[in-house]
Write a protein of this length. Structure first.
Length: 333
């Protein structure tokens, strides 16, 4: 009989009505009481690790979650984490880097409505998470939501209220769950390597979203405060270089000063291709910048935090960035 651990971190799924709005207040033991047939074909323990709105989730919490799973890793066959939806995709990506070579399922789920509401999606999502965690040969970090299992490095929240809140970006949905039936489309082969747990992230990463009219001088201020900068550019990727708003002029001082620059796209699907247009080619040829290609923004940010927790040397950062982890990047070879 398989043994699972349910780890609660708060979020909408565990929320109750207060005078100041919904706030986490339901324990994991209480959550399980809303499900039928709990524990009849498996064992499940519970632990409330954190109890916050996921808007308040920080990199320190990801390390706390990873460290707790490391302590309990040999005691359980799988782990389920209940979590708020707003930063769930960041957490799933971060855990994919903090916990590598994992041969057990680490399933993250939550809901758009609290579990104690009649019209909630929480009970289905939690049941589906348990069902998927009990599957043989499932390993790695996934989000299970609205009947879909999405690889942790490929998830993105795309809706604020609807039950189908998450999509798999630039990668197939791993599986669909309908009751006890699981239709798997992508198999993650179980590794024979020993799991590796990391306990360091470098959170000093700034995300800059380009917009017409933005002044390049903003990079001077950012460069004084942050060691890593992710620039969300337009379309296939590139930086403006004409007239008074020449961002390329700032790249020389930033990269020569040891700053790590990643260029991503504001477009959610299909990834960047900076070798396509002049604005991208000029950036790539002249400066030590890294292109995000088909990675999600959540994976770009958390992977950079993980890498810079180990090294800040450009060549090593670039090598690790383009090392495929949990199928987070497919275009680079």
């Amino acid at each position: 009989m398989k043994k699972l651990l349910l780890i609660s971190t708060g979020g909408t799924i565990a929320s109750t009505v207060t005078k100041e709005g919904l706030a986490p207040g339901i324990s994991p033991e209480e959550m399980l009481k809303y499900l039928n047939d709990v524990g009849k074909s498996y064992l499940i323990d519970t632990h409330e690790l954190i109890n916050i709105d996921s808007t308040n989730i920080q990199p320190e919490h990801w390390i706390e979650i990873s460290s707790f799973i490391e302590k309990k890793y040999n005691e359980y066959d799988g782990f389920i984490i209940t979590h708020g939806t707003d930063t769930m995709a960041y957490t799933s990506a971060a855990l994919s880097y903090l916990i590598q070579n994992v041969n057990k399922p680490i399933i993250i789920t939550g809901s758009q409505k609290p579990i104690n509401v009649d019209t909630t999606d929480a009970r289905k999502n939690l049941k589906d998470a348990i069902t998927y965690a009990l599957c043989d040969d499932v390993s790695g970090v996934y989000i299970v939501f609205d009947g879909k299992a999405i690889l942790g490095t490929r998830a993105r929240k795309t809706k604020t209220k609807s039950f189908d809140a998450f999509e798999s970006i630039n990668y197939p949905v791993a599986a669909f769950i309908d009751g006890q039936r699981v239709a798997r489309y992508v198999n993650q082969e179980k590794t024979t390597k020993m799991p590796v747990f990391y306990n360091a992230l470098y959170p000093s990463i700034f995300l800059l979203k380009l917009a017409p009219g933005m002044q390049p001088d903003v990079l001077d201020y950012i460069g004084e405060k942050y060691e890593g900068i992710v620039i969300e550019s337009y379309g296939a990727g590139g930086l403006p270089f004409e007239d008074r708003r020449n961002f390329l002029q700032k790249m020389e001082s930033l990269t020569s000063g040891g700053k790590i620059i990643v260029i991503a796209s504001q477009v959610m699907s299909e990834g960047s291709d900076m070798a396509l247009y002049e604005v991208g080619i000029k950036t790539l040829k002249k400066y030590n910048v890294i292109e995000s290609l088909d990675m999600t923004l959540e994976s770009v940010l958390t992977k950079l935090m993980w890498i810079m927790g180990q090294t800040k040397e450009y060549d090593k950062v670039k090598e690790l960035f383009y090392t495929r982890i949990s199928n987070d990047i497919m275009f680079y070879s």
